[in-house]
Design a protein around this ligand. Structure first.
Ligand SMILES: Cc1cc2nc3c(=O)[nH]c(=O)nc-3n(C[C@H](O)[C@H](O)[C@H](O)COP(=O)(O)OP(=O)(O)OC[C@H]3O[C@@H](n4cnc5c(N)ncnc54)[C@H](O)[C@@H]3O)c2cc1C
Length: 476
């Protein structure tokens, strides 16, 4: 049975939809940060238009070779969460008679070959806010034979390009202006579940090159579960969504969201949102249901507010493309910071003179997650106390965070470094005050630093990084 689409559950491609009636559609879906079947405009479109399908995810060997800013693109926590998410998606696809093919190669190298040799007539990809991802999409297109349709649909954002009440070039320079402009625009409800997917396109078993790409590679780092409660996959993401809104936590969210620790102090949706195991529209829909049953308050509304920040950064990524990674950010003003190897290393290895920062970095290193307040504190420390180039911090977060999201991460770092969408120009956190406010009894520090905590938390403690006595450095 072919799933019937209604106008309401179809996203319009940001580049224009390309449907050609009466032509056989052999589709290849190149997955990215859209690792789910529910509320996925691409699977909906495929169910309606395609006769055969191949679903592919590419794991690029370059991700694990120390790249720019002295960090890998994907660290062990992120990889573990990704592999769990891919396994879960494969399990779900099996129920539709489909399979996920993980290809261990750079997309630009392997996809044109697969597309050209398997009679693919249409390639799908989510509309991505990352400049590198967009460049890879263009590169794949350039190396394919002519006559193939390339279709991008919005699967990661609340709105699609056509729904925005301004041209992308006119995206406001601040979040508050953005919020005013989009206020009142209806957020489309999540699409209906698909009931069918086309049959699989068989892989060429004689193709030695392809078989090499499909073989589990030696270069893939080993992963194992550490002290981590986040488990990847669409079902796990949906469980977290359901359990959060089955409780009354949304009614106190705003009061506790700045806590440094505690599972219940924020929604913890970010890892699943970041790789698309759940959609932002599903979260908004679940929030709406919660509010209609239990009432809305300032706290529940604040969850939507934070999701709009995510939305803003996604369109910010679309607009500013590679400027997202520029030292002088979108402001064009170069910060008075530089690269200091020892300071950066101390920050990464949780050995700065600041106990709170060390505890937070230890949490990040051991779990791949850190609260929003924690991220602000450590980012401010790297930029304003250690006076390091913010891009090294952003790249380390990129490696470590299981919820890494290119636009949200680099956009937040720009903001903290004073080169982004902040009308105030810069955010410097007073570390002493932050500790007094968010860890007044030193419990968080003790939990993560254990025995080291007392020694590090001594306010007279002086340390020397890079020949500079950090105790002399102002924190106010
Ligand atoms: C320097 C820095 C880097 C960051 N890097 C990332 C990143 O790579 N990926 C990521 O998802 N978030 C990032 N954030 C934003 C934020 O810290 C996390 O989204 C949040 O801590 C995730 O936990 P949660 O899902 O419980 O959030 P909640 O507080 O429950 O918020 C709900 C959702 O709103 C969104 N959200 C919350 N805070 C922000 C924010 N400041 N900016 C944009 N969206 C937000 C997220 O999608 C989040 O899941 C970063 C923040 C900072 C300061």
């Amino acid at each position: 049975m072919v799933h019937k689409m209604t106008k309401a559950n179809v996203e319009i491609s940001p580049l224009g939809r390309c449907t050609t009636p009466n032509q056989t559609v052999n589709a290849l879906y190149w997955l990215g940060e859209d690792l789910r079947i529910a509320d996925n405009a691409i699977f909906t479109d495929i169910a309606e238009h395609a006769q055969q399908l191949m679903v592919v995810y590419c794991i690029d060997p370059q991700w694990f070779r120390c790249a720019q800013y002295q960090a890998d693109y994907v660290g062990k926590h992120r990889l573990r969460f990704l592999l769990e998410s891919l396994q879960a998606l494969d399990d779900s696809l099996n129920q539709y008679g489909q399979q996920l093919h993980i290809v261990y190669a750079r997309a630009q190298d392997c996809l044109p070959h697969i597309i050209n040799t398997h009679g693919i007539t249409r390639v799908y990809r989510s509309h991505h806010s990352g400049a590198d991802e967009q460049a890879a999409w263009q590169a794949v297109q350039q190396h394919c034979r002519t006559g193939i349709q390339f279709s991008t649909l919005a699967t990661q954002t609340l709105f699609n390009l056509q729904q925005l009440p301004f041209d992308l070039d006119a995206l406001p320079a601040t979040f508050s202006q953005f919020r005013k402009l989009i206020d009142g625009i209806d957020i489309t409800a999540p699409s209906d579940a698909i009931s069918w997917l086309p049959p699989m396109i068989a892989l060429q078993s004689q193709d030695k090159q392809l078989q090499d790409w499909l073989r589990y590679p030696k270069w893939l780092p080993q992963t194992h579960r550490l002290s981590n409660v986040f488990c990847g996959g669409e079902i796990q993401g949906k469980l977290q969504l359901d359990s959060y809104f089955a409780s009354d936590l949304a009614h106190s969210y705003k009061l506790v969201r700045n806590e440094l620790d505690g599972w219940e102090h924020s929604t913890k949706f970010s890892p699943w949102l970041a790789n698309g195991s759940i959609s932002a529209r599903q979260v908004i829909s679940a929030l709406g249901q919660f509010e209609s049953q239990h009432g809305a308050n300032d706290s529940s509304q604040w969850i939507k507010y934070e999701l709009l920040w995510r939305e803003y950064f996604h369109w910010y990524g679309h607009k500013f493309t590679s400027t997202l990674f520029r030292f002088s950010g979108i402001s064009g003003k170069k910060p008075l910071t530089s690269f200091y190897a020892k300071r950066l290393q101390a920050w990464k290895t949780a050995t700065t003179p600041y106990a709170l920062v060390n505890a937070l970095m230890k949490q990040l290193n051991e779990t791949g997650y850190m609260s929003n307040r924690g991220r602000q504190i450590v980012a401010s420390c790297l930029v304003h106390e250690l006076q390091c180039d913010w891009r090294y911090g952003a790249a380390y977060f990129q490696q470590q965070l299981i919820d890494y999201d290119v636009a949200v991460n680099w956009g937040n770092w720009q903001y903290l470094a004073g080169v982004g969408a902040d009308p105030r120009g810069s955010r410097r956190f007073n570390l002493v005050k932050q500790q007094q406010t968010y860890d007044p009894h030193g419990r968080f520090i003790a939990a993560w630093l254990g025995g080291e905590a007392l020694q590090q938390n001594d306010s007279n403690h002086t340390a020397n990084i890079d020949g500079v006595d950090m105790a002399d450095w102002p924190t106010a």
